[in-house]
Design a protein. Sequence first.
Length: 334
Amino acid sequence: MKKVLSMLLALVMVFALCVTASADKAPEEYTGNLVIYSPHDADPLAAGVALFEKTYPNVKVEVIAAGTGELCQRLAAEAENPQGDVLWGGGADTLAAYTEYFAPYQCANDDVIGDAYKDADDMWIGESPLPMVFIYNKTLIDEADVPTTWEGLCDESLKGQIAYCSPSKSGSAYTQLCTMLFSQPTIEEGWALVEKFIANLDGKLQDSSGNCHKLVAAGEYALGVTIEKSAVLYNDNPDIGYVYPEANSAVPDGVALIKGCPNEENAKLFIDFVTGLDCQKDQNVNWKRRPVRADLEPEGLCALDQCNVGNYDFLYAATNRDDIKEQFNDLSVG
């Protein structure tokens, strides 16, 4: 019995030493590969990856960039043989609908991320809250006529002048759709609003959410529904403005560990990195992405309580995702 206990104690000590050694690894000691799936805009995505590569120079990074919907469908298709390691980006309500393809991981920065911005079972971690905005071109619409409510998007004077992406192609567009639904007293009244909104789009739906703010800035649309991090890039453009609509949402972009990924250690390292102080600060200061960390005040952005954030039924949005997208598509072609 004493020999068994001695052996168990020795094994525990060896395990502890291994964990300590792993935790004490220097950045240059991390090697191997990392495949990142991400729907983020090209510039902040490239900047975040470059900062990671500078910190961990011996990790070879490959980025697969596409829309959130496309990437999540890819996760499902690759479930038996995962090709990616981490999904960086995409609204958390979308990630919550695909948790069967993620593995739980409590990141190293868990203690400074509020419970509202992470999954209770650690299947995803929020990394940047995303208020929605209406971006507009001042050369095409008088500022006094810019709507400040979701109902205002149904004004017939705006018919055919609103840039909006298909919720089937974009996680942020899906969040915008749900925000519209939840802005009304009941879901039924929300769908009545959405039906009017679809009619006002006049058959024009974008294939990429990134196109919405670009088309408004280019003068092809008077107004666009987009996310804060895209709109603030035009702060120095005197022709472009944006407003935070009433009954808004601020669902965070998330990051998640892909189940069965081939490079799990590096994937966890990356999750810790993008929720870490250096990356969060860089993404905020240089790309105006709102930090999720409670110990980091956003620069160049208003306080979140000034963004008109209302009630967002996260569980409903996640569990009814397919039905909501299908109903939107049916109304769009009806």
